[in-house]
Design a protein around this ligand. Structure first.
Ligand code: S3P
Length: 435
């Protein structure tokens, strides 16, 4: 069997133990990008050393940021360029990461040099027009050179930009952040209106680094006035709730489980996975809560009597967009139906996550209806193990390995190497819990 295939089987005992999931992916990208432009030095704790975030770190080193290693790879000191980044000699490799490419594009568009960015085949087929359009209306010059229209590689000729007031056509934190990052380097006020609240890590990091940014009372309008200076300041990245989500679902579906997940980020724009799982009957307790820019705490999940289906509300979708494949797995084990609509954005993630989630659920015997913007899962059918593809998508791989932990027989996921884009150490955590 290929080395990047993983097989699990139905557990004969509960999953029990304590796990520290790695640092948050969204926050890690942003820390590297803002750190690169900052004035002074700062210690970074618990950076996510996954392929995606290491690519962003390397990209920032190409711009002149220094990284001084410390005791372990997740901890290091950054010495920023103090807003004097240099032109990258080589094209920037964004790997699999839409977040890395879209956020960096916002910065590179406003810097006085030319840069190139490319990614793997999945990233080269994801839409970049969504950031190219607003950035070009600020005066940026960005060429999408991909075989597919509007896709990477990107050639960016940096320019001095003019501020805009931009209304996002979709609820996307990546697009919001690309515009705000360009705006912080641009003279005047750049304002973004979002149709629904999306993750606010950029705004929280702006506050952390002393960048003036204002947010309307309803949270939908964010503005930044540039050009700014960024004062380096030590930071600790909390654990990634999107990685913790796999274990929350595993402990909810494998009988007699009790898992504790330490130091998990609990940002209210990211924690709908907890609200939704609780609504489905999950037994989740949170303790040791604290806030350092971002709220975090320890989460304990015990197997409930029975999960039940739910309807995910449209305004919850952006808050749990990355957790939908694993929520769909929980739904397949729940009594009753679960409705997930208004989630068309899933079609342009690392894979078409509506098609890949529905296809894999069906391969395991689940009863699922597919819609253009989501799916309805009729839970309660007995799932059986299956041999499935991850489609090179880290979250599909991990979601269906969780599904396999309570399905009859054994479950194999092929092409799991991409798990390293977000969750290095996943295999070790899995092995520790099931051995
Ligand atoms: C992210 C935003 C989301 C999410 C992605 C990370 C971010 O994407 O799916 O994994 O860090 O801003 P969209 O902005 O495309 O919804």
């Amino acid at each position: 069997m290929a080395t990047d295939s993983i097989t699990v089987s139905k557990q004969t005992h509960g999953l029990r133990g304590t796990i520290t999931v790695p640092g948050d992916k969204s926050i890690s990208h942003r820390v590297a990008i803002l750190g690169a432009l900052s004035e002074g030095s700062m210690r970074v704790r618990n950076y996510l050393c996954s392929e995606d975030c290491l690519n962003t770190l390397k990209a920032m080193q190409q711009l002149g940021m220094q990284v001084i290693p410390e005791d372990c790879p997740q901890n290091f000191t950054i010495i920023g360029t103090g807003m004097q980044p240099k032109e990258p000699r080589l094209a920037i490799d964004c790997g699999n990461s839409g977040t890395g490419m879209r956020l960096m594009a916002g910065v590179l568009a406003a810097l006085p040099f030319t840069s190139r960015m490319f990614g793997d085949s999945s990233l080269s087929s994801r839409p970049m027009k969504r950031i190219i359009d607003p950035l070009c209306s600020m005066g940026a010059v960005i060429h999408a050179l991909g075989e597919k229209n509007g896709c990477a590689p990107l050639l960016i000729e940096g320019k001095s930009l003019t501020p805009i007031h931009y209304s996002l056509p979709m609820a996307s934190a990546q697009v919001k952040s690309a515009v705000l990052l360009a705006g912080m380097l641009t003279k005047g006020e750049t304002k973004v209106h979002q149709p629904a609240i999306t993750r606010d890590h950029t705004e929280r990091l702006f506050a952390h680094f002393g960048i003036p940014c204002s947010i309307s009372a309803d949270g939908l309008d964010i503005s930044v006035s540039g050009p700014v200076t960024i004062s380096a300041k030590d930071i600790t990245v909390p654990g990634d709730i999107s990685s913790a989500a796999f274990w929350m679902v595993a402990a909810s579906i494998v009988p007699d489980s009790e898992l504790t997940l330490l130091n998990v980020g609990l940002n209210p724009t990211r924690n709908a996975i907890i609200t939704v799982l609780r609504r489905m009957g999950a037994d989740i307790t949170i303790c040791n809560e604290s806030t350092e820019g971002e709220p975090y705490g320890d989460i304990t999940v015990r197997t409930p009597q029975q999960l039940r289906g739910t309807e995910i509300k449209p305004d919850e979708i952006p808050n749990l967009i990355d957790e939908i494949p694993v929520i769909a797995v929980a739904a397949a084990y729940a009594a009753g139906s679960t409705t997930i609509r208004d989630a068309g954005e899933l079609r342009v993630k690392e894979s078409d996550r509506i098609a890949t989630t529905v296809g894999n659920l069906r391969a395991m015997g689940a009863d699922v209806e597919e819609y253009e913007d989501g799916m309805v899962i009729h839970g309660g059918t007995r799932l059986h193990g299956a041999e499935m593809d991850s489609y090179g998508d880290h979250r599909i791989a991990m979601s269906f390995l969780m599904a396999g932990l309570n399905a009859e027989g054994s479950t194999t996921l092929h092409r799991c190497a991409n798990i390293n884009t977000s969750y290095p150490g996943f295999r070790t955590h899995l092995q520790t819990l099931i051995s």
